[in-house]
Design a protein. Structure first.
Ligand SMILES: Cc1cc2nc3c(=O)[nH]c(=O)nc-3n(C[C@H](O)[C@H](O)[C@H](O)COP(=O)(O)OP(=O)(O)OC[C@H]3O[C@@H](n4cnc5c(N)ncnc54)[C@H](O)[C@@H]3O)c2cc1C
Length: 492
């Protein structure tokens, strides 16, 4: 995959010369003064870009340091290895109808569309070593334990309300989960919570496979699962899941374009040294050390990477421990580019449910016009972790062999194979955070707590880890923190 250019040549040169000036300041050992209304943002994922954009609009002098050659972080549209102009979304794909997120798309003039998938007459299943094809609409024998009658009589929202309460009673966007009852629920596993509330085995299995981010009710906090369920209720109420016209990375590219030369790509933050009224960030770029000083530092790196940043003064031990104990979901996607969508000629959509280690298989090209196609494999968390540890060729061979069994003919049609292992990405380290027992009430407040001039943004410390609207909400929160701190410093 090669980086998508996001800044014009002029902008890149301007940014480089700005950095050059700062390098001179660093060399002369002058402690750069931090002017009022200045901020450095670390990381140009959605949280960092939105924070910088909002601060810029409020009149702050802002710079964004991004280690990668392109902005976007976990919003990543991959185009290069694929034929016929096809692309895949390796990260954020679906835009949930969060009003603030939709407003951002509209402000940036980035288009959204409602995906309308064509219906195909045949459905492919691969279970217990057997490929079967059933007519669309034909009932498939249930494998999971059935829901109890009182559960089966409810719609999905009704089931969520029955066991988790309603989003009207406790808005999941409200960060306050304090109090003895919430602490008690956070001390339970998700399984214990559901057993305590009388959920059937069928319901527990449905939750585990459909919206338990850790993939196991035994590891996740009961309260965190409840927050997931309350979020789902809100999202069902918004009733719209859209896709981004031209690929999801259009959003970070639009933000980076608005920020222009303020975004410095290829810049890796290494150290933050705080003074009385600001801080200095040391970063490396093209093998050289540079420094930038500002009143406020917005740290919008993935939470898993915060412990790698050198800080002076260091983070308090409890806060460092909170960052060090973030759990991350493992996600691997393997994509097979094909000469044609030969599965369509058989009346099949290309999507297949399997009990093979490769998990669900999808036609990633279904919404795009082209002759060529792309099949994607989406293994579950445990399998993703194993596949991530294999060499590319070994992983690809294993997945293509499995896909061949599900969609015979693949070998003859195969053009190329590409995979993304989010665990192995040194600038990300894991797809998204999930909360273990006790972490929502004990860890989360520490992940949001400012450390002097440093505030922390990212989906991991929001009400919705693993979603763009979570990253957005965290960015808005830290902007409010910066504005308040700026006013406080001015008043002193
Ligand atoms: C497989 C997958 C599927 C997803 N699907 C969806 C979906 O369908 N819908 C949805 O809403 N969300 C989805 N998400 C989640 C969404 O992508 C994230 O919530 C969001 O992009 C997170 O943004 P962020 O800014 O918090 O973090 P990130 O995007 O991780 O940004 C952090 C940035 O920091 C940079 N960085 C790291 N170290 C340094 C350093 N030392 N110096 C400078 N920069 C550094 C990184 O390169 C990165 O650009 C998905 C994510 C994944 C992985």
């Amino acid at each position: 995959m090669s980086p998508t250019p996001t800044l014009s040549r002029r902008e890149v040169l301007a940014a480089a010369s700005a950095v050059g000036l700062l390098r001179c300041a660093a060399r002369s050992h002058l402690k750069p003064t931090a002017p009022a209304r200045s901020a450095v943002v670390l990381g140009a994922g959605l949280a960092g870009l939105v924070a910088a954009f909002e601060l810029m609009k409020s009149g702050f002098d802002v710079h964004v340091l991004e280690t990668n050659a392109q902005p976007g972080g976990r919003i990543r549209t991959i185009r290069d290895p694929f034929p016929d102009g096809l692309y895949v979304e390796a990260g954020a794909t679906h835009v949930v109808g969060d009003p603030d997120l939709l407003a951002l798309f509209s402000e940036l003039n980035v288009g959204l569309f409602e995906p309308a998938r064509r219906r195909w007459p045949k459905r492919v299943l691969f279970k217990r070593g057997q490929r079967s094809v059933v007519n669309a609409g034909e009932a498939i024998p249930e494998e999971d334990p059935p829901l109890r009658e009182d559960e089966a009589s409810l719609d999905f929202n009704g089931m969520l309300e029955k066991y988790f309460g309603t989003a009207k009673d406790h808005d999941p966007r409200n960060p306050d989960w304090s109090g003895p009852e919430f602490s008690r629920l956070d001390g339970l596993t998700a399984e214990q919570l559901l057993l305590e509330r009388g959920a059937s085995e069928g319901f527990r299995q449905m939750v585990e496979s459909s919206f338990c981010p850790s993939g196991s009710l035994k590891t996740m906090s009961g309260l965190a699962l409840m927050r997931e369920a309350l979020n789902l209720q809100l999202e069902i109420g918004w009733d719209s899941v859209k896709r981004v016209v031209g690929g999801a990375d259009t959003l970070p590219r639009a933000l980076a374009q608005r920020l222009g030369e303020r975004v410095i790509l290829g810049a890796t933050a290494r150290r933050i040294e705080q003074g009385e009224r600001g801080a200095t960030v040391t970063f490396t770029r093209k093998g050289e050390m540079h420094q930038l000083s500002a009143r406020h530092i917005v740290c919008a790196l993935p939470g898993t990477l915060v412990p790698q940043l050198e800080m002076d003064p260091v983070l308090p031990a409890a806060q460092l421990q909170a960052f060090s104990s973030i759990n991350a979901v493992s996600v691997v996607q393997v994509y097979a580019a094909t000469k044609t969508r030969y599965w369509n000629a058989r009346g099949e959509s290309g999507n297949a449910e399997t009990d093979l280690p490769v998990g669900l298989i999808r036609d990633e090209s279904a919404l795009q016009e082209a002759t060529a196609g792309i099949l994607g494999a989406h293994p579950n968390g445990a399998e993703s972790r194993r596949l991530s540890s294999l060499a590319d060729e070994v992983r690809h061979r294993e997945v293509i062999d499995a896909m061949e069994r599900v969609h015979p003919g693949l070998e003859d049609q195969l053009l190329s194979v590409h995979s993304v292992c989010w665990d192995n990405e040194p600038t990300i380290r894991g797809a998204f955070a999930w909360l273990g027992v006790g972490q929502l009430t004990q860890q989360q407040p520490l992940l949001r707590r400012p450390h002097g001039a440093i505030v922390f943004a990212g989906d991991y410390n929001s009400h919705r880890p693993g979603f763009m609207h979570g990253a957005l909400a965290s960015a808005r929160r830290v902007v409010a923190e910066v504005v308040t701190r700026e006013a406080m410093l001015k008043a002193q």
